[in-house]
Every structure is written in structure tokens, then in C-alpha cells.
Design a protein around this ligand. Structure first.
Ligand SMILES: *Cc1c(COP(=O)(O)O)cnc(C)c1O
Length: 432
């Protein structure tokens, strides 16, 4: 461990970390299913799916084998003017899994760049159609869409980006009525949010190009959940005003909310959907922006000026596509549906116990995601409780990473029922 840590400390800059005050990182040697094993042999149950990317467990053989076979065949090829089987099959698979005419797949490397592609598509869509007055952009307060500049501008109200605010483009942020089952103010918050949306659309509806949102659950800002009925009402109004709807399902995609996608739970086909985290089962960086046929068609013409001038060196990397195909086969299998139902049932049972603890408030769940807040004077992402709890969880062999005073569990689907229940009991003990 000491060698790795010494080299790390000398040369590495970790993400989202104040390196002066953070404890030294844990050096992980291998992963087995829902478990991670450090270089000293200590085991940690990965209850956050390694920052939400892992679906079917670490070291999953089907995905590892698919990557190895693809690497011997074709590791990468330029994707302008060329194509390949893993990308073509993956695009067709995703189109089949997604609702409606979400048929056209644009590849990128991560969630942030999938969001950038969606924003550029939405912006240029209106220009290509000669409707240049549609220049305004909407998002929800607390929405997080990634760390590149377009994504930061849309997610400015997530509160992570104070240092960069002067560089952001203009985005209107709507109130977000985050709620939970015994929330006395739930209805009132929803009514206020809809009233704010109505007021915006009355003044600027015809000038609004697009809205981006994390449907059902805002992840990074603290697993903030809304009721489907609220989103349906809001999206109906936006549709009626002609506003393009972009679903950022980078976190909610591939079964986290119970259904394969939150858009299915809602019964709404967005104009574009961004997918990334679970796409390769957590093996390789890959993302897609999938759009409806009509969006794509607005980019067809005789001049390059009408085309989408956007792409990355590793667009549609064949290894990532092969991993995604293997991961999608696992995700669509009945076994995965049963695993998700099992996680969801354990969460419901354990939240019912947790709900009554005096230290806890806002117990909530959406499919395989369970969350609650710890009552605290300094609630929010910077709450001192976060680092304290994280350290204690790690000592106990639990990888849980509270978002401030919000504790959440989002395990890989392969986690066993007993392992998950045991973990819940220890989490409750630590919190209590
Ligand atoms: C993580 C996340 C992103 C950014 O994805 P990266 O791969 O980290 O760039 C965007 N949107 C949502 C909802 C996310 O959870």
C-alpha cells in the first residue's frame, strides 16, 4: 500500500477533492461482484456502484470477455466516414430499448459530453429550422449535468461551480419541488413550481429552445426526488409551448429507478436522452445522446453548415461498444429485473425502519435508489457530517459516500439480499 500511496501523493490530483484535508485514498487491488478489495485484503461493499457506473458487479466475466475479444479484433477506428459492428448493433439495441422514435444515436465518451452534444443539437436544431428566436434555455434548480462548460451552465444551480460562474451562458432555473412520502409541503411546492413554469412560458415560451432535466431523481444535489405526476404536468406545458425536452438519464438510466429508463416510468418520450454511467456496466467510458428522428432530420441538407460539427477522437470506441452490448444483454435479462425488484423491496423494508428514527428525515426511494437526510444544523453538500460518516462507513467496510447530510444506497444489481440487509443494519447503527 505504501508504494502506491507515496506515488499517488506525489503525482495524482483526485476529482472533487480538497487534497489538503481529505484522508489518503484507499488503494483498491481488485473487484469481485459487489465487493472491492484493497491491497491489504480488506473488503468493502460497493453501495454506490463506484460513483453510479457499475450495474452488474465488478469483474463481471461476460463484459470482460467481450472487451478482450473486441480488442483482438479492432480496438478503434475513426468514426467519421467509417463504422463498425459493435457501434451499429449497440445503436440498434438502444433504439429498441428506448420508447417512441428515439432512434438516432450520437456517441461521446462521458455524461458531460453527452450533455454538451444534446445542447448543441437543441441550439442548432432551431437555427437549421430558421427559428432563431428560440434562444432561451431552461433547467431545474439543483439539476447536475456534468463538469464541462455547457453542462455547468445548465447545472449552475447545483451549487458546485462558484469559481466559474462568470463564464456561464444564461439559463433560467425553475424551482424543483423535491419531495418524499410524508412531506407535508409536497403539494404546495409542486403548485408553486408549476406556477413559476407557467409564468415563464407565458412570457418566454416562444423564445425557449430547450429544457434539460434529470427525470424523477436529481442525483448529485442529494438524491432529490419528485413525483411522476408533477413532471408529467410540467412536461405537458413545455411540449405545448414547443420547447425541446432533453432527459439527462446519465444517472437514472439502465434500471436505477426500477424501469429501464425514467422516461418509461413517466410514459414520456423526450426529444433527446443522454445516457452514460451504466452503459458499459461500469467498465469503460462511453456515452450516447439519442434523439428522435425529427431532430436528426433537421440537420440534413446540402451544406456542411447544416450538419452537426461535433465529435471526439474516441467517438464510438469499439471496446466501449462491445462492453455496452454485453452489459445491455445482462440488463435486459429477466434475472436483472428480479435483482432490481429484490433491491427495491429491501430498500422499502429498511426505510420503513429508518423513517421513525429521530435523527432522520425525508426517507425516500425510487426503485433501486434509497436515500434519507440526517437532521443537522448545516444541511447541504458541505455539511460536516458527510466526511465524518464516510470515514466511519469505510472503517466498517462499507463504501457509502454521503452527499453532505444525505445518505443514499445505490448498489450494483448483483448485490445479494443478505449482504444488502446486513449493510443497511450497519448503516442504521452508525447513523443512530
Ligand atoms: C454524472 C452525471 C453527469 C456527468 O457525467 P460524467 O461522466 O461524470 O461526465 C451528467 N448528468 C448526470 C445526471 C450525472 O449524474
Amino acid at each position: 500500500m505504501t508504494d502506491i500511496l507515496a506515488l499517488d501523493q506525489r503525482h495524482i490530483w483526485h476529482p472533487f477533492t480538497q487534497e489538503r484535508t481529505a484522508p489518503p485514498p484507499v488503494a483498491i487491488a481488485r473487484g469481485e461482484g459487489a465487493w472491492l478489495v484493497d491491497v491489504d485484503g480488506k473488503r468493502y461493499l460497493d453501495l454506490i456502484s463506484s460513483w453510479w457506473v457499475n450495474l452488474h458487479g465488478h469483474g463481471r466475466a461476460e463484459i470482460a470477455d467481450a472487451i478482450a475479444a473486441q480488442a483482438r479484433q479492432l480496438e478503434h477506428v475513426i468514426f467519421a466516414g467509417f463504422t463498425h459492428e459493435p457501434a451499429a448493433r449497440l445503436a440498434a439495441t438502444l433504439a429498441e430499448m428506448l420508447p417512441g422514435d428515439l432512434n438516432r444515436v450520437f456517441f461521446s465518451d462521458n455524461g458531460s459530453t453527452a450533455v454538451e452534444a444534446a445542447l448543441k443539437m437543441a441550439w442548432q436544431y432551431w437555427r437549421n429550422r430558421g427559428e432563431r428566436q428560440r434562444t432561451r434555455l431552461l433547467a431545474f434548480e439543483g439539476g447536475y449535468h456534468g463538469d464541462t462548460f455547457g453542462a455547468m451552465s445548465m447545472g449552475r444551480a447545483s451549487g458546485f461551480f462558484g469559481a466559474f460562474e462568470d463564464l456561464f451562458f444564461e439559463v433560467q432555473h425553475l424551482p424543483y419541488p423535491g419531495t418524499w412520502p410524508d412531506d407535508a409541503e409536497g403539494e404546495a411546492k409542486e403548485q408553486a413550481a408549476l406556477a413559476a413554469l407557467d409564468a415563464w412560458l407565458a412570457r418566454h415560451g416562444a423564445e425557449t429552445a430547450a429544457i434539460i432535466l434529470e427525470p424523477l431523481v436529481q442525483g448529485a444535489s442529494g438524491m432529490r426526488m419528485v413525483r411522476p405526476a408533477f413532471l408529467r404536468a410540467a412536461l405537458e406545458r413545455l411540449r405545448a409551448a414547443g420547447v425541446l425536452i432533453i432527459f439527462d438519464e446519465v444517472m437514472t438510466g439502465f434500471g436505477r429507478t426500477g424501469d429501464l429508463f425514467a422516461c418509461q416510468t413517466l410514459g414520456i418520450t423526450p426529444d433527446m436522452i443522454c445516457l452514460s454511467k451504466g452503459l458499459t456496466g461500469g467498465f469503460l467510458p462511453l456515452s450516447v445522446t439519442v434523439c428522435r428522428d425529427g431532430i436528426y432530420e433537421a440537420f440534413l441538407g446540402d451544406s456542411f453548415a447544416q450538419a452537426l460539427a461535433h465529435g471526439h477522437s474516441y467517438t464510438a470506441n469499439p471496446l466501449g461498444c462491445a462492453a455496452a452490448l454485453a452489459s445491455m444483454a445482462l440488463t435486459r435479462a429477466d434475472e436483472c429485473t428480479m435483482q432490481r425488484a429484490c433491491i427495491s423491496a429491501v430498500h422499502t423494508r429498511m426505510l420503513d425502519e429508518v423513517r421513525h428514527l429521530p435523527q432522520i428525515t425525508a426517507a425516500r426511494q425510487c426503485g433501486t435508489i434509497a436515500a434519507f437526510d440526517i437532521v443537522s444544523d448545516d444541511a447541504g453538500y458541505l455539511s460536516a457530517l458527510g466526511p465524518q460518516l464516510k470515514a466511519q462507513f469505510l472503517t466498517e467496510g462499507l463504501l457509502v459516500r454521503p452527499l453532505g447530510n444525505t445518505v443514499y444506497l445505490m448498489p450494483p444489481y448483483c448485490v445479494g439480499e443478505t449482504a444488502l440487509e446486513d449493510a443497511w443494519r450497519r448503516v442504521i447503527e452508525i447513523v443512530a
